[in-house]
Design a protein. Structure first.
Lengths: 608, 139
């Protein structure tokens, strides 16, 4: 088995880590950054940009630049979350046949796992460059509060990127692993993870290398993006008041507001006041309009206070599910960029009655934990075992649309639980079972995972057949169901129709496409690399030619000038072959020049 | 349902009077030994881990442990009990059969499976496993 890399696939930023020689290292991306923005841009030339370059061109290419896809992964178009995102996203969110939310860019519809897959593919390539070997296995993290559908979709994203997702682990748990590696004392810790799009709280107990998650709670639609949105809306309101123009109707303006909001938010973590200066943000009959405003930290905290307050209830629930009080917690760990806000730090200190530990880097710790878990799976790390839990109860729909729990939330995974079913009419041959996940008493309030039909039940009087249905949750928190006829001991046939996600056929098709575009991406990268080489070679050779061209023979000078012209003309060509030829030619000229220079220097020293 | 299930104390390898601390220690030891992360090629290990986790879940909860001590596996609702008899949903024929559905109350309560059982179901076997010291027996 090769290296298993750890990937924190975040809403706004991703981070990759590997375990090398017993220490965890962050994998830098192509541009040298330790985190990569989760942004994919599609240019009008048909190129796909990922990460920082995609983010940078977002303002000028707003409707073809997709970000925060994680907020849509595994969600229905009708869901309140997808609908909320539609209000502010400059790209187009659309419905699909099975009701899953998808994204349309340049007329093509992408599923969220596909877009996440594009980002993962890039992260994989960065890791391969870093390690100097092929990478095919990864641990990918998800918010602890992700349900089965969202986990499945994340696994699909990995598959699309050509990665075997060896394990899905929960972000707060990963953070705890990275924090606790090498610590021997027994501690109870609370991990408060407020990321770009999601909030998680997990309570763990660490003792002698066993990391036991006692409970977890959260909100999969609460994070830094919502903070940005509050600031954007505030700016738009202010502008509306001053000018009567609604910036929210202009995608380009919206994108500029978003960038400014994000920057202001970060600045206000250390400064107490910041200013916005967005010239030419709009125009009317009287001329161009500019947005110039000051925002104080106090005002910002006013704008986001209720968002931060929303994290309190899950913390209290997690404590109570773990059977603990705030003062039982030894350490509080903050994860996610948003926890840098003073208002968040204060709120956490209030909830747990102590200041959070500052030992770890909130942006990198999750990926580091994932890499450590990779080490556990590959056998490189021996003395650690992670006991995680199922975040949301699992059950089925019963009479009257009620929800009956089969497995309670916060049960340690992997686990298995059985239920016995029978028939209620004579010779009944099938039973339909609807599996759901959630905490609501009413089925429709919970997430539908799928329906299956027990079919081919042998004819018998009602109540006689005993069909044992086993619910199994693996270490990824992913659910599977199987059934056996207890009378015959035979595996009972089942038809499962998942209510969400991609079918195997769809995944296969996307993988094929992804491979094709991986080749295209690689070609593009090679071409750009060669082009850069050519550009600097042409520049240097031109300079050398101007100074020393006179040393060449007349004939050499003529061809030399031609070659330089060719070289310049080939710059920016879309044909890699053309660039390669030009590179060869200019290279030859450069050599001629060097030889001529050496010879003349030689002659000079002799004559002296 | 409760057939062939091993005694939870045996699973964890502790005495019936084991303290919470002992239980925890035993569970951690088994977790290190059998967690699927460490035994990827051995599906039996995963089963053993699940067994240990189930045993620990019950015994680490004071109320459930008491019930288990008095009634054995039948006394605790975790995986052992099942939902009792009665299919919770019927494709297509549900409407016609609505009135025939005699077990609604089992599910209607919305509570934990097995906590309320329909009258037609056979009661749980009662079992008392007691461990007493020689002194206690002489009292």
């Amino acid at each position: 088995m090769g290296k298993i890399i750890g990937i924190d696939l975040g809403t706004t930023n991703c981070c990759v880590a590997v375990l090398e020689g017993g220490t965890v290292q962050i994998v830098p991306n192509k541009e040298g950054g330790r985190t990569t923005p989760s942004v994919v841009g599609f240019t009008d030339k048909g190129e796909r940009l990922v990460g920082q370059i995609a983010k940078r061109q977002a303002v000028t290419n707003a409707s073809n630049t997709v970000y925060a896809v994680k907020r849509l992964i595994g969600r229905k178009f009708d869901s309140s979350e997808a609908q909320r995102m539609r209000e502010t996203a400059p790209f187009e969110i659309v419905d699909s046949q099975n009701g899953d939310a998808r994204i349309r860019v340049q007329g093509r519809v992408y599923s969220p796992p596909e877009l996440s897959g594009i980002v993962l593919q890039r992260l994989k390539a960065a890791a391969e460059d870093f390690l100097g070997e092929a990478v095919s296995e990864a641990i990918v993290t998800v918010p602890a509060y992700f349900d089965d559908t969202q986990r499945q979709a994340t696994k699909d994203a990995g598959k699309i990127a050509g990665l075997n997702v060896e394990r899905i682990i929960n972000e707060p748990t990963a953070a705890a692993l990275a924090y606790g590696l090498g610590k021997t004392e027994s501690e109870r810790i609370a991990v408060y993870d407020l990321g770009g799009g999601t909030f998680d709280i997990s309570i763990l107990e660490m003792n002698n290398g066993v990391f036991e998650v006692l409970s977890t709670a959260g909100n999969t639609y609460l994070g830094g993006e919502d903070f940005d949105e509050r600031i954007m809306n505030w700016m738009a309101d202010q502008f509306m008041e001053d000018t009567g123009i609604d910036l929210r109707k202009d995608r380009l303006a919206l994108q500029r507001l978003k960038e400014a909001a994000e920057r202001a938010k970060c600045e206000l973590s250390t400064a107490t006041e910041t200013s916005f200066n967005l010239p030419f943000i709009a125009a009317d009959a009287s001329g161009p309009k500019h947005l110039n405003k000051n925002l104080t930290r106090t005002k910002l905290e006013d704008l986001v206070n209720d968002l931060v307050q929303q994290t309190i209830e899950p913390c209290e629930r997690a404590l109570s599910d773990a059977g603990l009080h705030a003062n039982d917690i030894d350490k509080v760990i903050l994860v996610g960029g948003q926890t840098r806000s003073p208002i968040v730090e204060r709120t956490v200190a209030e909830i747990f009655g102590k200041k959070a530990s500052a030992e770890i880097n909130p942006d990198e710790v999750v990926a580091m934990g994932a890499a450590i878990q990779g080490g556990v799976l590959s056998g490189e790390v021996k003395d650690i075992v992670l006991l995680d839990v199922l975040p949301l109860s699992l059950g089925l729909e019963t009479r009257g649309g009620l929800f009956t729990k089969v497995i309670e939330r916060n049960s340690t995974i992997p686990l298995r639980n059985c239920l016995t079913f029978t028939t209620v009419v004579d010779n009944q041959s099938s039973v339909e079972i609807h599996i759901l996940q959630g905490e609501r008493e009413i089925s429709s309030g919970n997430r539908s995972l799928g329906k299956f039909e027990l079919v081919g039940i042998p004819p018998a009087a009602r109540g006689l057949p005993q069909i044992e249905v086993a619910f199994e949750v693996d270490a990824n928190g992913i659910v599977s169901v199987s059934a056996t006829d207890k009378a015959t001991g035979r595996e009972q046939q089942m038809r499962i129709s998942p209510t969400s996600g991609l079918s195997q056929d769809e995944i296969d098709r996307i993988i094929q496409e992804a491979q094709n575009s991986a080749e295209a991406d690689k070609e593009l990268r090679d071409r750009l690399d060669l082009n850069n080489k050519l550009a600097s070679l042409v520049k240097n050779t031109q300079r050398a030619y101007l100074e020393f061209g006179g040393l060449l023979t007349k004939e050499q000078q003529e061809t030399g000038q031609q070659l330089l012209q060719h070289g310049e003309a080939a710059l920016g060509s879309t044909e890699i072959g053309e660039i390669r030829i030009a590179l060869d030619q200019v290279d030859r000229l450069a050599r001629q020049l060097t030889t001529a220079m050496l010879q003349s220097a030689d002659a000079e020293s002799k004559s002296n | 349902m409760a057939v062939n299930k091993r005694d939870y104390y045996d699973v964890l390898g502790v005495a019936r009077g084991a303290s919470d601390q002992d239980l925890k220690k035993a569970y951690r030891r088994l977790a290190h030994q059998y967690h699927p992360d460490k035994n990827q090629s051995d599906p039996e290990a995963e089963e053993k881990f699940k067994e240990a986790a189930e045993a620990y879940a019950v015994l680490s909860n004071a109320e459930q442990r008491q019930r288990y001590d008095r009634f054995g596996h039948a006394g605790v609702s975790t995986s052992a009990a099942g939902a009792g008899y009665g299919a919770p949903g019927f494709g297509g024929i549900e409407d016609i059969l609505g009135d025939l559905f005699g077990f609604g109350d089992v599910f209607g309560a919305g509570g934990r499976t097995g906590s309320r059982r329909s009258a037609s179901q056979r009661g749980a076997d009662l079992r008392y496993d007691l461990e007493i010291t020689l002194e206690q027996s002489a009292e």
